[in-house]
Design a protein around this ligand. Structure first.
Ligand code: GLN
Length: 193
């Protein structure tokens, strides 16, 4: 099983390490044709506007085709790229997740923080999960086909979602010791669920 990590910018190395620890073969994706050799893709955090600039139109289209067919996991800026509606400012998304997401939604004061949220897994009771937020976006709307897989705060705000073969977190699981989020992505690639 070959997993690509989009390596244009951002914290792709931490994802690579985590995926390798979990036994995956990892390819750092820097060229669009590398998408043809992988079974799943991680889009890391970084700056989503910069990703769009670096991708350019042709590579954006190629990536769009990929994320509509193959398992993909986006963290933070990656989650923003996967959404079909992006605010603050409005920008193009790959349209793989039916969510509205607002960039930099926590404001300056709590730019970055580590919080404990809840991980929701089928047939298991919810469990605590450490979440590292860095200039994080907020998911403001979740479409019908979208499953919430982790929440945070008193209002159970969605911070991790899944729709079909696509997963996203507004936090950075690659920066915590807990491997469960990456493991569930690898399960998704392996079994389709
Ligand atoms: N603030 C970034 C953006 O809007 C995301 C931050 C991150 O990926 N840690 O793209």
């Amino acid at each position: 099983m070959k997993i690509g990590v989009l390596a244009l910018q951002g914290d792709f190395e931490a994802h690579r390490r985590r995926l390798e620890e979990l036994g995956a073969e990892v390819v750092l994706v820097k060229k669009p044709e590398q998408l043809d050799e992988i079974d799943g893709l991680v889009i890391p955090g970084g700056e989503s506007g910069t990703f769009l600039k670096l991708l350019g139109e042709a590579d954006f289209e190629k990536l769009k085709q990929f994320v509509h067919v193959k398992p993909t996991f986006g963290t933070c800026a990656g989650a923003i790229l996967l959404a079909n509606e992006v605010e603050n400012p409005k920008q193009s998304g790959l349209g793989a997740l039916d969510i509205r997401i607002r960039r930099n939604a926590y404001g300056r004061q709590i730019d970055s923080s580590i919080r404990e949220g809840r991980f929701i897994q089928p047939n298991q009771s919810d469990s605590p999960l450490e979440m590292v937020f860095i200039r994080a976006p907020k998911i403001e709307r979740v479409g019908h086909g979208v499953e919430v897989i982790a929440t945070e705060g008193n209002n159970n705000h969605p911070v991790a979602v899944r729709q079909g073969k696509v997963m996203a977190t507004t936090f950075h699981p690659e920066l915590s010791d807990d491997p469960r989020i990456h493991r569930s992505f690898l399960d998704l690639v392996r079994n389709g669920n």
